[in-house]
Design a protein around this ligand. Structure first.
Ligand code: NAP
Ligand code: MG
Length: 504
């Protein structure tokens, strides 16, 4: 014991556990009821490395119906006690898990990198930072989400409790396997829910490696479980009668399917974080270098595989020609950072897999007839799924490349004259996730920010998210919000308890 002054003592803590996993020893089992178990489903997942398309494993667990039922039953049993657990205990489990993830940062980053292709120096380390901070942020909320009380002058005192939903699930995409995990698990666990994570079939390893860390952090069996699988596993969860909530991040098409499953089964609650086609609006009076920098970074980070990437860049006519030159140069500078994600100097890795590569290549091919190719436009090398950061200029507003989400390092660049014109163009999309306004005129910035139909708007910045502020989209970009107090609301339901105040 080490003394910390009068009356306060802390235990000397043993060193935090290190996971045994690496690319030669991959986690492949499900994590159910605090145990690593083989899937009962004989079908397995094959996972490849996008830098060379080599097979990393062909025997990763794919949770089928019996596996999903086992996890849901364990979760339902655990809910009975977890919901009544002292908030400080829930907090401490979450904080310890954050510490454990942090000390295992290198190993976890490698497990993500080998299947996602995200270099450590750019997205890899950032992602783990978000993963730990999300746990810590939500751990702080365990005892700070009070209910409400309403006047008793009508003879009844009303108390409103924020109650957990029960068995909740996170169905997440491949582009941020760790950050997405705790952005969902954090608010779920903090508010007394039990949680099942379903990572993407393309990036299962880092999520699976969390299993032993969850147990070590002190979470009781069944509270936080991990089921790897494919879309069929996600559908089993979305259709399950004992699952009360799905928090989903992914494509708009799959989000619709999840809503349908929820409606057809038990009307489970659904939060959707979906795609985008986010506009950056650059006015003549902007800080020029700042605007160029943000626009280039915002479409190349994580190889453009980011839901809120600035994929439509609109520049006012007074600075347009100058911007074209500078944006082209900035994208070509970023292109120099494309390479082997295992190299320290690489900042941009490959696309996640062959399917994504073929999808993006199709956009690159068809884009040539929809606008002028300013830079990029093709594959890099002949091995792995590397593509050039690409910009199409002077693109028809109704063309596919201007309307559809590419989910790769591909932007369009168009000119505009007036504020009215650009607000209409920016809003002419069924998406509404992110937007950016670049101007030194704060009145104009706030006016345009309020006119843009978007869940988030950056002023002199774009494509950012904060744990402390609501994150999510309008229109077909989503339903509900993550992060901040809003995430807690999405994992709880209000219960009104009323007390008869008349003297009996
Ligand atoms: P996706 O195909 O929709 O997959 C997302 C998750 O849903 C994966 O875990 C997937 O499993 C699962 N899934 C697939 N079919 C399902 C079904 N029928 N029922 C239930 N679950 C099912 O999306 P993605 O290709 O992984 O990610 C790219 C898309 O996600 C882009 O459109 C992007 O904009 C969007 N995204 C949005 C955000 C956001 O916060 N708004 C963040 C990241 C990505 P498998 O992968 O195992 O098949
Ligand atoms: Mg799939």
């Amino acid at each position: 014991m080490t003394s910390l002054g009068a009356g306060i003592q802390v235990k000397d803590r043993p060193p935090l556990m290190k996971i045994p996993y690496n690319r030669d020893n991959l986690p492949k089992q499900l994590f159910i009821n605090n145990e690593l178990v083989d899937s009962k489903n004989p079908k397995k997942l094959e996972v490849r490395n996008p830098k060379d398309n080599s097979v990393l494993a062909a025997d990763v667990a794919l949770a089928g119906e019996a596996d999903v039922d086992a996890a849901v039953d364990a979760a339902a049993a655990a809910f009975k006690t977890w919901r009544k657990t002292h908030p400080n205990v829930r907090r401490d489990c979450m904080l310890k898990l954050a510490d454990l993830i942090e000390v295992n940062c290198d190993a976890l980053a490698e497990l993500t990198r080998i299947s996602l292709g995200a270099p450590f120096s750019s997205f890899g380390s950032f992602e783990i930072g978000v993963c730990c901070e999300a746990l810590r942020y939500f751990a702080g909320w365990t005892d700070k989400f009070p209910g409400e009380a309403y006047p008793q002058e009508d003879g009844f005192m009303k108390i409103v409790r924020n109650e957990p939903l029960g068995v909740t699930c996170g169905v997440i995409p491949w582009n941020g396997p760790l950050a997405n995990s705790t952005m969902k698990a954090g608010p779920a666990l903090a508010t007394g829910n039990v949680f099942i994570l379903k990572p993407s079939e393309k990036t299962p390893f880092s999520a699976l490696a969390l299993g032993p860390l969850i147990k070590e952090a002190g979470f009781p069996p069944g509270v936080f479980q991990i089921l790897t699988g494919d879309g069929s596993t996600g559908a089993l969860l979305a259709n399950h009668m004992k699952v009360n909530k799905i928090s989903f991040t992914g494509s708009t098409a799959t989000g619709r399917r999840i809503q349908e499953c929820a409606a057809r089964s038990n009307l489970k609650r659904v939060t959707l974080e979906l795609g985008g086609k986010s506009p950056a609006v650059v006015f003549d009076d902007c800080d020029f270098d700042n605007a160029v920098n943000w626009c280039a970074n915002a479409i190349t980070a994580n190889t453009g595989q980011v839901c809120f990437a600035a994929s439509r860049v609109y520049v006012q006519e007074g600075i347009y020609d100058r911007f074209v030159k500078a944006y082209k140069a900035a994208m070509e500078e970023r292109a120099k950072g494309v390479g082997d994600p295992d190299e320290q100097t690489t900042t941009i890795g490959p696309l996640v897999d062959q399917g994504q590569f073929e999808r993006v290549s199709g956009f690159l091919e068809r884009g040539r007839s929809q606008g002028t190719l300013l830079t990029g436009g093709g594959r890099i090398g002949d091995k792995g799924w590397f593509v050039q950061p690409t910009v199409f200029e002077n693109v028809a507003e109704d063309s596919e490349i201007c309307k559809e989400e590419v989910f790769g390092p591909v932007a369009i660049l168009n000119k505009f004259k007036t504020e009215e014109e650009i607000v209409a163009k920016a809003n002419d999309t069924h998406y509404g996730l992110m937007a950016g306004v670049f101007t030194e005129n704060i009145t104009k910035a706030l006016r345009v920010a309020s006119d843009l139909e978007s869940g988030m708007v950056g002023i002199n910045a774009i494509s950012m998210a904060f744990l402390t502020a609501p994150f999510g989209g309008s229109k077909t970009s989503g339903i509900g919000r993550e992060n901040a107090i809003d995430a807690l609301r999405m994992f709880t339901e209000k219960k009104t308890v009323f007390i008869n105040m008349t003297k009996q």
